[in-house]
Design a protein. Structure first.
Length: 65
């Protein structure tokens, strides 16, 4: 199966299961897709949740408003 065929199939699944538009799908990283489908399938996460310092740093980098 080619990359294009795999991408089209994966998009179809994300559109059906998550309601993602093509724009959302193509902006997502492979790690984000893996995290979403891992969570949906009940698989363990990629490790421990972020600590308070990491969350504070992310809030500074990506303020909500």
């Amino acid at each position: 199966m080619t990359f294009t065929e795999c991408a089209v199939r994966l998009f179809g699944v994300t559109a059906w299961a998550l309601g993602w538009t093509p724009d959302l799908f193509w902006r997502a990283t492979p790690d984000e897709l893996a995290a979403v489908f891992g969570a949906a399938s009940g698989e363990a996460g990629a490790g421990a949740p972020p600590d308070a310092a990491t969350l504070d740093r992310l809030r500074e980098m990506f303020p909500d408003g």
